[in-house]
Every structure is written in structure tokens, then in C-alpha cells.
Design a protein around this ligand. Structure first.
Ligand SMILES: [Zn+2]
Length: 204
């Protein structure tokens, strides 16, 4: 729901989503790491991730370069092991709340990997991937929760979404992000959406 002013007047939505899944209000950067969704696949899930490059360092260009396929393997010891990974996400929320879109939502971004949600494999087929700049342990920043809440509301207006869950919930044992630092209750409060009963996550 849009946040209101003190007078109770709804403010204009921060984000809107067009028919191709471009999110107005975000910075557009086109990643080559995407392809088409299987025909007839509804977009029903949001997978929330945490990432920072180098790990634990915020504000640099590493994540953007990784998703663009331009990460320099010599720029940091950690990069040598990941520079060739062909990964992306639809959306990336920086610590200050800036949102970058790498893949339009109608296309399939490559973020979840081997994964399963309620019996359906390959979550990338039906999911929108949202990365938060962060780590599993450091508290995520307030502007990130604000941006994420506004994004979920905008995406829910366009797609038949049913839930937002963590990467760790669709790839348990293999992935740990967004980690215990991510406050699902705070997200539920910011959006007005109910929390999932059995897992971390929220109903959409
Ligand atoms: Zn992840």
C-alpha cells in the first residue's frame, strides 16, 4: 500500500511496472544474463537475496559488474572464483535504497539456481529475483526495507504473486541469504502483508 502523508493523502507510488516488466523509478542496466521464461509460466514468486562484493563491502561496483559479466577477476582475490559466473537478478537494492533493474520482469533472470518452492523446481521460471546489498549478519538498511516494500506493492499490481521468500528457503542447505539479518516482520509491517506460517517469508 502506498504510504500516506500526515494528512492521510496517498502519495504517488514510487515504482510502477509496465507490460514488459520494466520498473519505472529504477535505474536501468541491461544484463545479458537472462533468457525467456517457459511459455505459459505465471510469475508467482519473489525470491529475496543478499549479496555484496567483495563480501561485506558496500557501495562498490562489484555486484553490478558481476551481473553484467564485466567483473575483473584480478580486481580482488575473491573475484577470481566468481568472475565467470553467469548470474543476474531482476532488481538490486543498494544500501541507500537506490534500485537498479538488470532484467525486465517478463524475462527469466538467473538468480535462484537449483531450487524448489512448494514442490515446483527451478524457481527462476516463475520468480522475480530481488537482491539486497548486504550480508547474512549485518542489519539491512532502513531505505532498503522501504524500497523493497514499495517494489513488492508495485509488482503485486502487475503479477499474480503469492509469496516472497528467501533464497535460503528455496535452496535450503545450499544458500543462506538473505540470512538471519533480514527482518521478515519488518517487511510484513512495511507492506501490510501477512507472514508465512511455516517459513520465513510473507504472503503477497
Ligand atoms: Zn541468493
Amino acid at each position: 500500500m502506498p504510504r500516506s502523508t500526515d494528512l492521510g493523502t496517498p502519495t504517488a507510488p514510487r515504482f510502477t511496472v509496465d507490460g514488459q516488466g520494466h520498473v519505472a523509478g529504477t535505474r536501468q542496466v541491461a544484463s545479458p544474463h537472462c533468457d525467456v521464461r517457459p511459455p505459459g509460466t505465471a510469475i508467482t514468486l519473489v525470491v529475496i537475496h543478499g549479496i555484496s562484493l567483495p563480501p561485506g563491502k558496500f557501495g562498490g561496483d562489484g555486484v553490478e559488474q558481476l551481473f553484467m559479466g564485466t567483473l575483473d577477476p584480478a580486481a580482488h582475490p575473491y573475484y577470481a572464483g566468481i568472475a565467470g559466473h553467469r548470474v543476474s537478478a531482476h532488481l538490486f537494492i543498494r544500501r541507500d535504497g537506490e534500485v537498479v533493474q538488470f532484467v525486465p520482469c517478463w524475462r527469466r533472470a538467473w538468480h535462484a539456481g537449483v531450487s524448489s518452492w512448494r514442490g515446483r523446481e527451478r524457481c527462476n521460471d516463475s520468480a522475480i529475483g530481488i537482491e539486497l546489498e548486504g550480508t547474512d549478519r549485518a542489519p539491512y538498511a532502513a531505505p532498503q526495507y522501504d524500497a523493497l516494500a514499495d517494489l513488492l506493492v508495485a509488482l503485486k499490481c502487475r503479477y499474480p504473486l503469492t509469496a516472497a521468500v528467501g533464497h535460503s528457503d528455496v535452496a535450503p542447505g545450499r544458500k543462506s541469504d538473505p540470512g538471519p539479518a533480514f527482518d521478515w516482520g519488518r517487511l510484513a509491517t512495511a507492506t501490510g502483508y501477512r507472514r508465512l506460517d511455516e517459513r520465513r517469508g510473507v504472503h503477497l
